[in-house]
Design a protein around this ligand. Structure first.
Ligand code: UGY
Ligand code: MN
Length: 248
């Protein structure tokens, strides 16, 4: 249906709200049977890429020179690495360190969030390891003692890992306890429910399916509204000195 030029999507210097009505699909070299919605990329000002990969049966991602994180949204995706095969269902996730050869292939129609980031090595830390998991099996912790806002950390929390991916689940009416302003940038995919997101000096209604990019220091706050919990998947760069490796 024609929206006569209106959309909830908004691009500002410190954030992007990208709603499904504005998604454009594109192919990428070497990926067969996959279309990509490229949400965040260096062309936007981001230091990582975040895409939604839409697979037909047998669709396969191309190799990448960066670290890769995968979170299955629909269908089944097979990940082969280090001689093992893993089948990921919705909520299943995989972290593939930079330089680890792997195959990501859908066994039927499937969708997955894909995050890629160049690894920032840190002298004296062990190399990161492959992670395979299921979001539902990850123990949640309340954010700052608020039982209405639960965080699940999908990446290990060691110095080897230079980014985090978490899910945040808000009961209706729960909110971030403060307006955050921080150095880390975010890529965020709304998975369930909705609410109001403050980004910079703007307040937006947001729903499942929306994508948000927040530049470093973008003021941010979220409150969940509705009859069911709101949940999002959120990436942030993490555990690295802003001026690059120090003390080497
Ligand atoms: O981890 C975070 O910075 C997270 N609390 N930010 C957010 O939800 N916008
Ligand atoms: Mn934040």
């Amino acid at each position: 249906m024609h929206q006569l030029g209106s959309t909830r999507s908004s691009l500002k210097p410190d954030h992007l709200l990208q709603t499904p009505d504005t998604f454009i699909r594109s192919p990428l070299p070497g990926a067969e049977g996959v279309e990509f919605i490229i949400h965040a990329a260096p062309q936007l000002g981001a230091r990582f890429t975040q895409m939604t990969a839409e697979f037909v049966a047998g669709g396969e991602l191309a190799p990448v020179s960066a670290q890769r994180f995968l979170f299955v949204l629909d269908g089944k995706v097979e990940v082969k690495a280090e001689g093992k095969k893993h089948i990921l269902k919705p909520g299943g996730f995989a972290y593939l360190p930079q330089g680890v050869p792997h195959i990501v292939r859908a066994t039927g129609i499937a969708r997955a969030a894909v995050i890629e980031k160049a690894y920032e090595p840190q002298a004296g830390t062990a190399a990161p390891k492959i992670v395979i998991g299921d979001e539902a099996a990850v123990r949640s912790t309340p954010l700052l003692d608020d039982d209405g806002l639960r965080v699940r950390a999908l990446m290990p929390d060691g110095p080897a890992y230079d980014f985090a991916v978490n899910t945040l689940t808000y009961d209706p009416g729960a909110s971030l306890p403060m307006v955050e302003i921080h150095m880390m940038e975010h890529g965020l995919l709304m998975l369930e429910g909705g609410g109001i997101y403050r980004l910079g000096d703007s307040w937006y209604p947001v729903y499942a399916g929306d994508f948000i990019w927040m530049r470093s220091y973008c003021p941010q706050w979220f409150g969940a509204i509705g009859k069911r919990p709101a949940k999002y998947l959120i990436y942030k760069d993490w555990r690295r000195h802003p001026l690059g490796e120090q003390g080497a």
